[in-house]
Write a protein that binds this ligand. Structure first.
Ligand SMILES: [Zn+2]
Length: 877
């Protein structure tokens, strides 16, 4: 039903002001209007352009106008080119290299004199970075860009032209080009049908979908790397905004600042700046008559998203969130459907929400208008306060460096000798990608009673991105804040732990005393950190304590080399190799040296492999279960397996019935997806159903028949690996039909008691929890005796005494006390000593179940081995 057309609505008035042909020189008159390129005015109901069309238009503007320059900035995970469009005065566009140098000096040089600083402030420009539509269903920001760009480069408004003399607007036209094309294609497929607006039946990204905003510490994905590099290494913008959308029934537009809590490591003045920009947006949008703008509600600034990690690096980082239409289809919202959230208790005129929107039709064009006006507002604020903003950027750099010299901690040290060499090398390179200054110790040194060795990695806190460094190197303590004194706690928006050493299983020291003598023993590490040699010989042994050794073995097996595991610990050339370490034999040469390079792990040479007790291993045939329902955890698992070169086949639950598991697979993996999605493809639960947003073609699950097939696969010798909510598939009564006469019912010897624990007050929003591991077990090869696991409170396991052809072993259990290692948790004692990783036998087959995510968002390498070991066959006792 198309009751309302943008072209006849009041919204067109705004567009018309942009569409009046400019009266200036030749270049300007040749600037194509958006509708000439796209065939419609962007923001019109039911109309979306795709990524190629968007870039095509910006390329035309680049050719036609000296005020816009399109620069390539990396690649999306599926190989689409990513760009930054620089929009500013002609003079600034011609002067970008020089302006970039000024940005860098202001951002990174704590030693500028007052005179130098003042010069740079005078000559510099505010660089305002906007990243659009990282979440691909949040279509409006990218759809608004052609209008914004056209308006800026053709304006005759003397004020706006003055603003563009002061400000360089640098915009990433779309943060997630692959997802944009998926979503636009899907929208057009169902447009005009009963199912218009149906959700995309996959993640809107090669791997991680919405979690691309959860990758700004790990930087695992190509698109997040490209964005992060803009503010870490390349351009150092002073102001950054991410453009998002939220659901349809909240306030119309969220502008900064956020609610509490906020990250404690951040300079106080920076928070005030987010308030200044946000309040100016509120004022400008409201004065344009745009209702429904609110601030200090819904979102907090204590989690590691794109905005937040930007703030950790001294950028005035912000986001806006618009209420959504149904992609490009309008929605009608009744007043009683309007909702509020954290920071705004009533949908009424309030100090942070002074002009409530009354309800009614909501169009893509309404959001586009908000995008245009909020962008104009930021450009205006940046211009009006240009000198203050640029001075602030250098002041904060000076202050952070000074804090690093006067406030503990002073250094983080990561020893070069680690159980997992591959994670050490990866960490050092990651920190450099984040723009962190890295040093190496040039001689052995005793610091604070700790014996440090030549080559150890040192991060002095006295550096510009001190806040980032401190955030990611320390363990997290959630800043508890309440709505009223003694009242309800403000719950975390997202996860609460991201400590790199803990999540990666690396030893590190936080040094709380300053030692200037120590500082003279440090040399900057600017080249690639690579302690490996270029030539190694076979036969070779790889320590099981390194994740990279598994990678080396997975690659070697596929290259036809012989791979085995040590049956007992051996010492080779003075180095101990624990039980389960990998021995690789075969023809050496370039191929093997490439394997070592990929593994980031130094192998040992074996003189006489015949003398070792070895068990051969082979590559299992893996099915990885992914649902149609934006299954991010499955996507992350695909990413991990691709990275570790593990071959696998993706199976959707509705394909189970036609799949011959016994013939085709050794292992079936269930990442952390809810039982209902897996069984029926429906959201909600039997007692609390809600309607699916997917086309009926995709509302399908494995059904009872699929589950029974899976149980027969196990009974016959198959292996199931499952973690998080998907483990609920295997609780309760299960059934197999062995032949017409013979049916077997059984219950596996474990249960999920999370519901009761939650009622008793257990809250784990995404935290690192201490787990003790069973020693000397094939599932724990290479692991320390205790490790932090990433846990979200569900499931919570108990085991029971098994009957008949079943058995179970607890492989890992939560600690008895001091259970929380990093992050936030309430009533941690409710999980004390609970099984967290269980091995279960049924018939000839087995289950390996984890209550935690062993591979959470590719950010928990400390527990990857618990998954990798499970993939390789072993004998149990
Ligand atoms: Zn979003």
């Amino acid at each position: 039903m198309r009751k309302f057309n943008l072209l006849t609505s009041g919204i067109m008035l705004v567009f018309i002001t942009f569409i009046i042909p400019p009266q200036r020189g030749f270049a300007q008159t040749s600037v194509p209007k958006p509708e000439e390129h796209f065939g419609f005015v962007p923001g019109s109901d039911y109309m979306l352009f795709n990524y190629e069309q968007l870039i095509g238009y910006l390329e035309k503007l680049d050719k036609a106008s000296p005020m816009l320059k399109l620069v390539e900035n990396g690649q999306s995970p599926m190989g689409r080119k990513m760009y930054i469009a620089f929009i500013s005065s002609e003079e600034n566009i011609n002067n970008l290299d020089r302006l970039r140098e000024i940005n860098k000096e202001l951002a990174l040089n704590p030693d500028l004199t007052e005179i130098q600083q003042a010069e740079y402030v005078k000559d510099g420009r505010v660089f305002f970075l906007a990243t659009l539509s990282m979440h691909s269903t949040e279509v409006a920001p990218s759809q608004a860009l052609p209008l914004i760009a056209y308006q800026l480069i053709t304006t005759d408004d003397p004020l706006l032209k003055k603003y563009l003399d002061d400000v360089v607007y640098m915009v990433v036209p779309n943060h997630n080009p692959d997802g944009m094309d998926f979503v636009v294609e899907n929208y057009n497929k169902y447009k005009g049908t009963q199912y218009e607006g149906a959700s995309l039946p996959r993640v809107y990204h090669k791997y991680v979908g919405h979690d691309n905003n959860r990758d700004f510490v790990t930087l695992s994905q190509e698109d997040t790397k490209a964005i992060s590099r803009i503010f870490d290494l390349d351009w150092f913008p002073q102001v950054m905004i991410e453009k998002h959308q939220m659901g349809s029934t909240s306030i119309r537009y969220y502008v900064p600042p956020t609610t509490d809590p906020i990250a404690e490591n951040i300079d106080a003045e920076l928070w005030a700046w987010t308030g200044i920009f946000g309040t100016n947006m509120l004022r400008d949008l409201t004065s344009e008559g745009l209702a429904g703008v609110g601030q200090k509600t819904l979102y907090d600034d204590y989690w590691p998203g794109s905005t937040e990690t930007c703030i950790w690096k001294n950028v005035i980082g912000m986001l806006t969130e618009a209420a959504s239409a149904r992609e490009a289809s309008p929605v009608y919202i009744e007043p009683n459907e309007l909702q509020v959230g954290k920071g705004l208790s009533e949908y009424e005129k309030s100090i942070n929400f002074p002009l409530p929107w009354p309800g009614g039709w909501w169009h893509l064009g309404d959001i586009v208008k908000l995008e245009i006006e909020s962008t104009n507002s930021i450009i205006k604020t940046a211009s009006l306060l240009k000198n203050d903003i640029l001075k602030f950027r250098n002041d904060i750099c000076k202050r952070e460096v000074e804090k690093g010299k006067t406030e503990p901690p002073y250094y983080f040290v990561v020893p070069a000798e680690q159980a997992d060499q591959s994670e050490l090398i990866a960490l050092v390179e990651l920190m450099k990608e984040h723009g962190i200054n890295t040093f190496q110790l040039t001689e052995d040194y005793t610091l604070n009673g700790i014996n440090l060795k030549t080559g150890d990695i040192v991060y002095p806190l006295a550096q510009p991105f001190r806040a980032f460094l401190k955030e990611v190197m320390e363990k997290q303590e959630y800043p508890v804040r309440h709505f009223t004194p003694g009242g309800e706690i403000m719950r975390p928006y997202d996860i609460t732990s991201w400590s790199l050493p803990l999540h990666r299983g690396l030893k590190s020291y936080e040094i709380k005393a300053r030692d200037t003598g120590f500082e003279t023993k440090l040399k900057p590490l600017t080249e690639v950190y690579n302690p490996l040699k270029s030539e190694y010989k076979l036969p070779a042994v790889f320590s099981v304590t390194s994740n990279g050794s598994f990678k080396a073995s997975f690659i070697a097996m596929q290259k036809g080399l012989k791979v085995s595991r040590l049956n007992k610990e051996v010492s080779i050339n003075g180095k101990a190799y624990a039980k389960g370490s990998f021995v690789i034999q075969g023809n050496e040469g370039e191929q093997f040296n490439n394997i070592v390079k990929e593994s980031l792990t130094e192998p040992g040479f074996i003189e006489e492999p015949g003398k070792l007790e070895l068990s051969a291993v082979s590559m299992p045939r893996i099915a990885l279960v992914e649902t149609y329902f934006h299954d991010m955890d499955a996507g992350w698992t695909r990413y991990l397996f691709d990275t570790y070169k593990l071959p696998f086949t993706v199976l959707h639950p509705d394909e189970f019935e036609k799949t011959d598991f016994v013939k085709n697979y050794d292992i079936v993996i269930f990442p952390g997806t809810g039982k209902n999605y897996l069984m029926t493809g429906k959201p909600g639960s039997e007692t609390n159903p809600y309607m699916s947003s997917y086309h009926p073609d995709y509302i399908k699950g494995m059904g009872k028949k699929g589950l029974e097939k899976l149980m027969l696969f196990v009974n016959d010798g198959g292996k199931i690996i499952s973690w998080g909510p998907s483990t609920d598939l295997f609780t309760g009564m299960l059934e197999i039909t062995l032949d017409k006469e013979k049916k077997e019912e059984f219950m596996l010897p474990f249960s999920n008691v999370a519901d009761q624990a939650r009622k008793d007050g257990l809250l784990v929003p995404g935290s690192l929890i201490r787990m003790k591991l069973k020693k000397d077990h094939p599932l724990t090869f290479g692991m320390p005796e205790e490790v932090g696991v990433f846990y979200r409170g569900n499931p919570l396991f108990n085991t029971t005494v098994p009957r008949f052809d079943m058995d179970r072993r607890v492989i890992g259990a939560f600690a008895e006390k001091e259970i929380l290692m990093s992050g936030y948790c309430e009533k941690e004692e409710k999980m004390a000593e609970k099984p967290a990783m269980i091995w279960i036998k049924k018939g000839k087959g087995e289950f390996i179940l984890y209550s935690f995510n062993p591979q959470f968002r590719a950010s928990t390498p400390a527990t990857y081995k618990l998954l990798f070991n499970a993939l390789l066959p072993f004998q149990t006792e």
